[in-house]
Ligand binder design. Structure first.
Ligand SMILES: CC(=O)SCCNC(=O)CCNC(=O)[C@H](O)C(C)(C)COP(=O)(O)OP(=O)(O)OC[C@H]1O[C@@H](n2cnc3c(N)ncnc32)[C@H](O)[C@@H]1OP(=O)(O)O
Length: 495
C-alpha cells in the first residue's frame, strides 16, 4: 500500500543551518516552490507493532515526493547519505519502488538523486533482494515514463546499476559511479586507483559513456535534471511548421567540401535554440542532441567529421541506437544530419563487434514510429548511408543538399575497384592519380546518386541549405498528421 500526504515544506526554515546532504533539502532545491506530496512504501506505513525494527519517528533512508518542475508534476526521490552512507536497505529500496509505482500509475517522469554506497552490507540478502526489486521496477517503467538519474555522490554497486537502467544519467563532479570502489579494487587486484579514476566525470563522460550529461556542480546537475523532465515528457503537439523560419545553414559548414568541421554548429543551427547534447564526450563521431524545433522537443542525430572523419564505429552506432530508441519511446520526432564516409575500417572495429553493435542502429531506426526526417549535407556512402535513417529503413522524409554525394563508395574508391587492372598498368604515381581522377569524375556523373535517388523516390528532393529548416518542419508536421500521436511500444534497454 502506498499513502501520500502533504510534505511539510516549512521543515527547511529560512536561516536554519541545513545539512546539504539532507535528502529533503535536495528535493526542496530540485522542485519548484510550492506544496509537495510525500510517497511512503508499504514497509513505511506498517504499524510499528507489526515491524518492530522500524520506529515511526526514525529518519527515512530515502525520501520520495511528488512536486512540480516548471509547473509539470514529477516524482523524485533522494537517498540519505547520513544513514549508512545512503546504502540501499530493504526499507530504502521499498521507498524507491513505491516512488516508481506512483510515477507509473500517474504517468509522471521520475528523477532519482543518487548518493549511495550500494546494497546495505549489514542487511545481507535482504538488501540484495530490495536492490533487485528496484531494478525490476525501473525495467517495468522503461519506455513508459521518462527516468532521469542525477548522481551527486558515490553511487556504488546497486546504486551504479540503478542510474544505468534509467534513460539519462546526469553526473556532478562529486558523483563517483562504480561497481566496486577503490578499496575493494586494491584488495582484490592490487590495482591502485582513485574513486575518480574508476567512476568520476572524466571516466564516465568520455571513456565509458555511462553518463549522458556532465554538470559542473550539484546545482547544475539538478538544473539539468529539471530541463530533461521538460524535454522528455511526451508532448502530443506536432512540430509547428509556422514557427520555423529559414536560416542559411550553409554558412555553418566550410565552403570547401574536403574541409573538416564540427557538426554541432549545424545541429544548433537547425534547432530553434541550442540543444542539450547527450554523451557529448563519448563516441564524438556521432552527435546526439535533444532540443526544440517548431515549438516542441525533438532529437537530432548527426555525424561529426571532427572525429574519425565522421565514420560510424561500434561505439557511435550503439550511442545513436540508444538515443533513437529513447526518442521513439517518448514520442520525440527525429532529425538526422548525414555526412558519413562509411563504417570505420580495421580489425579493431571488426573484432570489437562493429557487425553486432552496428546492427543496433539499423534495428533502432527501422523500428521507429515517430516522425523522422533525414538530410544528407555532403555525402552518404555504403552501409552507413543505409544506417543513417535512409528511406529503406522507413524515414518519413529524405533530402540532400545540392552537390551531396550518395553512393556505394566514394568515386575514387569505386574506380580503384572497377578499374583495378587498367590503373595497375599505368606507370608512375602521378599519371595513375590523374587517370583515377578522370575515371572518378566520369563515374560520379554516370551514377549521379542524388538525381537517381530522387527519380527513384528514395530521396524526396534536393533542398537548399537556406530552405532546409522549413522543409524539415513541413515534413515532420505532415508525418505527424498522418500518424497521429505515436510512441514506440518498447522499453529503453541500456544498449
Ligand atoms: C549489489 C551491490 O550494491 S554490491 C556493492 C556494495 N557496496 C560497496 O561495495 C560499497 C561500499 N562502500 C564504499 O566503498 C564507500 O563507502 C564509498 C566509496 C561508497 C563511499 O566512500 P566515502 O564517501 O568515503 O564514505 P564512507 O566510506 O565514509 O561511508 C560513509 C558511511 O557509510 C557506510 N557505508 C558505505 N557503504 C555502505 C554499505 N554499502 N552498507 C552499509 N554501510 C555503508 C560506511 O561504513 C560509513 O559509515 P560510518 O560513517 O559509520 O563510518
Amino acid at each position: 500500500m502506498v499513502t501520500s500526504d502533504t510534505a511539510d515544506s516549512s521543515r527547511l526554515d529560512a536561516g536554519r543551518t541545513v545539512d546539504p546532504r539532507d535528502p529533503a533539502g535536495r528535493l526542496e532545491r530540485f522542485f519548484d516552490d510550492g506544496p509537495r506530496l510525500t510517497i511512503r512504501s508499504d514497509l513505511d506505513t506498517q504499524p510499528a507493532g507489526l515491524n518492530a525494527r522500524l520506529s515511526p519517528d526514525r529518519p527515512r533512508p530515502v525520501v520520495a515526493e511528488i512536486g512540480t518542475v516548471d509547473g509539470r508534476q514529477v516524482v523524485a526521490f533522494a537517498c540519505d547519505p547520513r544513514i549508512g552512507g545512503g546504502a540501499m536497505s530493504e526499507e530504502s529500496c521499498a521507498g524507491i519502488v513505491a516512488a516508481y509505482d506512483e510515477a507509473l500509475a500517474r504517468q509522471l517522469p521520475i528523477v532519482g538523486i543518487w548518493h549511495s554506497g550500494g546494497a546495505r552490507l549489514d542487511e545481507g540478502v535482504r538488501s540484495l533482494h530490495g536492490v533487485g526489486r528496484v531494478f525490476a521496477a525501473m525495467t517495468r517503467a522503461s519506455g513508459r515514463i521518462p527516468q532521469i538519474s542525477v548522481v551527486i555522490g558515490p553511487a556504488a554497486g546497486g546504486a551504479a546499476y540503478g542510474p544505468a537502467l534509467t534513460d539519462v544519467v546526469v553526473q556532478a563532479p562529486t558523483g563517483k559511479i562504480f561497481v566496486t570502489g577503490p578499496d575493494v579494487v586494491r584488495w582484490a587486484t592490487g590495482e591502485d586507483v582513485t574513486a575518480d579514476d574508476l567512476g568520476g566525470v572524466d571516466a564516465h563522460g568520455s571513456r565509458s559513456g555511462v553518463s549522458h550529461v556532465i554538470a559542473v556542480d550539484e546545482d547544475e546537475a539538478m538544473a539539468y535534471g529539471r530541463h530533461l523532465c521538460a524535454l522528455l515528457t511526451p508532448d502530443p503537439a506536432p512540430v509547428d511548421a509556422e514557427q520555423v523560419a529559414d536560416r542559411d545553414l550553409a554558412a555553418l559548414l566550410p565552403r570547401r567540401p574536403g574541409v573538416v568541421y564540427d557538426v554541432r554548429g549545424l545541429v544548433d543551427g537547425v534547432l530553434d535554440e541550442p540543444g542539450l547534447e547527450l554523451q557529448a564526450g563519448y563516441a564524438r563521431n556521432v552527435v546526439t542532441t535533444l532540443g526544440r524545433f517548431g515549438g516542441r522537443p525533438v532529437g537530432i542525430v548527426a555525424n561529426n567529421p571532427t572525429h574519425l572523419v565522421g565514420c560510424l564505429d561500434s561505439a557511435g552506432a550503439e550511442k545513436a541506437a540508444r538515443f533513437v530508441r529513447l526518442c521513439d519511446g517518448f514520442g520525440l520526432p527525429i532529425i538526422v544530419l548525414v555526412d558519413v564516409p562509411g563504417y570505420l575500417p580495421g580489425s579493431a572495429e571488426e573484432l570489437g563487434g562493429i557487425v553486432r553493435r552496428g546492427a543496433k542502429l539499423l534495428h533502432a531506426f527501422a523500428e521507429t514510429v515517430v516522425p523522422t526526417a533525414t538530410v544528407v549535407t555532403r555525402k552518404a556512402y555504403g552501409g552507413a548511408y543505409i544506417a543513417m535513417n535512409s528511406r529503406s529503413l522507413g524515414a518519413d522524409a529524405c533530402f540532400a543538399w545540392p552537390g551531396a554525394e550518395i553512393a556505394v563508395m566514394s568515386p575514387i574508391s569505386s574506380v580503384r575497384v572497377l578499374h583495378r587492372r587498367a590503373l595497375a598498368g599505368v606507370a608512375g604515381d602521378r599519371q595513375r592519380a590523374v587517370l583515377e581522377q578522370i575515371l572518378a569524375d566520369e563515374h560520379a556523373a554516370q551514377v549521379d546518386g542524388v538525381a537517381a535517388a530522387v527519380e527513384l523516390g528514395i530521396l524526396d528532393a534536393e533542398v537548399r541549405p537556406d530552405r532546409t529548416r522549413s522543409a524539415l518542419a513541413e515534413a515532420l508536421a505532415r508525418a505527424a498528421e498522418k500518424a497521429g500521436e505515436v510512441r514506440g511500444g518498447h522499453g529503453n534497454i541500456p544498449l
